[in-house]
Ligand binder design. Sequence first.
Ligand SMILES: *[C@@H]1O[C@H](CO)[C@@H](O)[C@H](O)[C@H]1NC(C)=O
Length: 187
Amino acid sequence: MAGTRLVLVSIISMIILLLLSSQALAREYVVGGKDGWVVKPSEDYAHWAQRNRFQVNDTLHFKYNKGIDSVVVVKKEDFDSCNANNPIQKMDDGDSVFQFPNSGLFYFITGNPNNCKNGQKLIVLVMAVRNPPPVHAAPPQLPPQKVPSAALNAPAPPPSDKSASGRVGVSVGLVLLAGFVGSVWFN
Ligand SMILES: *[C@@H]1O[C@H](CO)[C@@H](O)[C@H](O)[C@H]1NC(C)=O
């Protein structure tokens, strides 16, 4: 019945919108995926960290052999020199969860200096606000033109608020998707 379908589609849409606006959606990331916290993961940790967007309250899950390895949270200079003797926090239970308490940079190394020098170290940048990734539109193709020299010294224009429109775009997209899925399921 059309009435029932409309109600169901509306409910699904509202659930999706609620999920999008929720601030409490912390995610867990398993460091190194199925490889875990090792010297040579199949995807190196820098690459792995760069393709993820970490937020406050998200957690990192380190999996490694208890008694053999460890995770040490350190300052930048100790990260650079692989010095685990000045830890901010040390975890060695083989199955360690670290929650980001605030935004900023977090530095993790193994307690084994040789393994650290061989790449078992991780920097994570935690974002300040929970927004969908900005939508990068292709720049318009402008014909080449002379730039007046005064323009070169002018301050950059204020950035437009793309993130807000990006969020609306994602929401509308998901609502349309929900409507489509609903109409297929409940027909
Ligand atoms: C993180 O969790 C705390 C406690 O549950 C909560 O008060 C806070 O709003 C959360 N912060 C974010 C950015 O989700």
